[in-house]
Unconditional design. Structure first.
Length: 176
């Protein structure tokens, strides 16, 4: 079993960073949800805060790595222009656009991935910053904590939709 350079980076971008992203989201969400004074003592909250900061910052960092690697490493291979008379299966963007039944994967799916997916690292970073800035005070401020949960979840959902589109697009027109 071997991978081409393109396949390797596609796997790192989607499955490698994606798996860490999912774990960080799950941990961060659980941490935000349970970061309440009625659930733990001050000493317990201090211990939870370290994990909460780690989970939110890891999700933010992995989200940045995912969109940057996708935009600057994987996406250029996807959008490469074929020479005249070339087999379009080696040029995913052109292949999708040339097939009326598959064009929507590019016109909607890749547009989402190219633009909307950037919301994920921005929102995840904002949540990580709020957790760092508020610290233990976050446990006493349910409105701010709920805002963090909402933004953290939106960050996850935008990335999840982008990842789903990426999987389907790669299935329809793989990068070799």
């Amino acid at each position: 079993m071997s991978f081409t350079d393109h396949e390797f980076w596609t796997v790192i971008h989607g499955m490698g960073f994606g798996a860490v992203f999912l774990l960080a989201y799950a941990g961060g969400l659980a941490g935000l949800w349970s970061f309440r004074t009625e659930f733990a003592t001050r000493l317990g909250l201090q211990e939870r805060l370290r994990r909460l900061m780690a989970g939110t910052w890891i999700m933010a960092a992995v989200s940045w790595l995912t969109v940057i690697s996708g935009t600057y490493k994987v996406y250029p291979w996807y959008r490469a222009k074929p020479p005249d008379g070339a087999d379009l299966t080696d040029y995913p963007r052109s292949y999708l656009l040339a097939n009326e039944n598959l064009a929507g994967w590019h016109t909607f799916g890749m547009e989402w991935k190219e633009h909307v997916a950037w919301m994920s690292p921005i929102l995840a970073t904002a949540v990580a910053f709020v957790v760092m800035r508020y610290g233990l005070r976050l446990a006493d401020n349910p409105q701010v904590r709920w805002a963090c949960i909402v933004f953290f979840t939106i960050a996850f959902l935008t990335a999840a939709v982008a990842g789903t589109f990426g999987a389907f697009i790669t299935k329809a027109a793989p990068i070799y």
